[in-house]
Design a protein around this ligand. Structure first.
Ligand SMILES: [Zn+2]
Length: 201
């Protein structure tokens, strides 16, 4: 039976690198993948996946819009005679709950495995909608570990502005001056994005 997989992390855990490796493994065996990524803005390159360390960027097969029905999208490709062995989703945290249920339909009714990569929690420490639904529904859930500057496991993708941890604001912010860093829960709560004595300003 085809499964829905969710691989989640705070950022910087090499999610995109792992996703592209899985895709490569399929292609080496002459199998076909469908690479999807949610649409967020109209910046150049939003349809590309860039691995953080080395490797070439890869163009996605389709962007997912808020009104995209993912089961219908996949069914349409099968009806055109395309062969699909795996559906891969980058930035899966930005899917809607409905779209995650559609991906479950792809696994359950079309028999195609679905591998989703994404963040668990946003900078406020709250689940993203796609991650919440995947946590509830995925068959196989695994954490890709990343660490805080203190060496403990990072669980928060912290939003940083002027050297401070932000805990309020919209879940998705585009084009601002903020940056993101992986922090453990304690250093996120203490507003310590850097080790004591380090100041990058
Ligand atoms: Zn820490």
């Amino acid at each position: 039976m085809a499964k829905v997989y969710f691989r989640y992390a705070a950022m910087n855990a090499g999610k995109s690198t792992q996703l592209l490796q899985v895709r490569h493994n399929y292609h080496e065996r002459h199998q076909k993948t469908l690479l999807l990524k949610p649409h967020l803005d109209n910046r150049d390159g939003e349809d590309l996946i860039r691995p953080r360390i080395g490797g070439l960027e890869v163009k996605v097969d389709a962007l997912v819009y808020p009104d995209t029905d993912l089961q219908i999208l996949v069914e349409g490709k099968l009806q055109k005679g395309e062969k699909l062995d795996c559906v891969l989703v980058d930035e899966a945290q930005f899917l809607s709950g409905e779209q995650v249920r559609e991906l479950c339909g792809v696994a359950d009714f079309l028999g195609i495995p679905v591998m989703c990569y994404g963040l668990r929690a946003d900078f406020r420490g709250e689940l993203f909608p796609g991650s919440a639904a995947l946590m509830a529904l995925a068959d196989d859930i695994e954490e890709l570990k990343t660490i805080c500057w203190c060496g403990k496991k990072a669980t928060i993708n912290a939003r940083i502005l002027d050297g401070h941890v932000l805990t309020e604001g919209p879940q998705v912010m585009i084009g601002g001056n903020e940056t993101y860093t992986s922090l453990c829960r304690k250093h996120w709560a203490l507003d310590q994005p850097l080790p004591p004595g380090v100041n990058l300003e």
